[in-house]
Design a protein. Sequence first.
Length: 435
Amino acid sequence: MDIQTAGTGSTGNGSTGAGNTGRDGAGSAIAARMDRLAEVAVRVGLNLQRGQELVITAPLDAVPLVRRITEHAYRAGSSLVTAFYTDDESRLARFRHAPDEAFDIASGWLSDGIANAFRGNAARMAISGDDPSLLGAEDPDKVSRASRAASRANRPSLELITTFAINWNIVACATPAWARTVFPGVPEADAVARLWDAIFAASRIDGADPVADWAAHNDALASRGRSLNELDFASLHFQGPGTDLSVGLADGHLWAGGAERAANGIVCNPNIPTEEVFTTPHRLRVDGTVRSTKPLSYQGTLIEEIAVRFEAGRIVDAHAARGEHVLTRVLGTDDGASRLGEVALVPHSSPISQSGVLFQNTLFDENAASHIALGQAYTKCLRDAAGQDPDALAARGANTSLIHIDWMIGSGEVDVDGIARDGARTPLMRGGEWC
Ligand code: ZN
Ligand code: ZN
């Protein structure tokens, strides 16, 4: 699952409209589908309730989508919608002109305010659309310090999100900068139109009744999760080119996927799109080697052909054909950064995988292949976790870290077995497809 924290540490109010919603033919076709995406985000993604406040974070270029979402939110009875925007140029200005000591601070007061809104039952919507390559040319030390400061400042609100205290959703907007990165060399307007097409298709909003389509999709993911919960495996085994990995599962782990019931009782769809079922691995019980099957886009760098070896849950050897210095830095973030917080199964035939597009955005790319995530675990994926203290959760296998980074290890060449407590193997995936 994706929680999308990038950018929120440097949020600022924005008031300028931008983006591509011309009234010409192509523009109005996009505008109509954008309106449908906004409706699905509010009704399915958030399931926003009458009287509920909504806090939105978004890139400045997502203003047209934010306006559609705001209208649907008020029509659903929202009492107040508040949006915060990030601006790429302003973020770059900081890296180029701010004094060195400025990179260890973040606007904690803003994160605290947002956390307060969540405690008052406000829903959270994050619009994903940041330029994946924005910080690629900036000083990696400053990038990682700023990101660490933001992670620390965001901790209170992030905890309310990862523990599902409230209903929340992430949905995507095709911004020009993102589209240019995904479709290099394509004229900007075409690149934006192609990225919108890919987003609309992946977000399942093009059918006659998208709300009903989402209900059917949620049912399919829920029944997959239920059968994995009944099987209650001790571990999973991944086998493929460069991969021979045993992933022990946390004691009392629960598989999740699709819709989630938040602690405030509201059933929401945290990620649009989503194709995964996922659970919490045991932080001490991961062994073997694994190779990434798709590039990982992290803070402006594409990390390619990752190959790591785990011993007793910890990465003891890590290489990458490209971006190895960034990978090494990520693994050194804190104690939990070299251990796993999530394992997820996604069939190779997923619509996002079939689109062939490398989005360089976790919300999409993690739904194109089975994956693992370094860092923070979701306690939601542990039976009866509510009220347990952090030591008890850690003893059951839940990992803790400032980071949560998903990377893809599944493909049409990877098999997955479930291993029972008595060692019996059940084939789960062959050639990347469910058995
Ligand atoms: Zn995931
Ligand atoms: Zn994840």
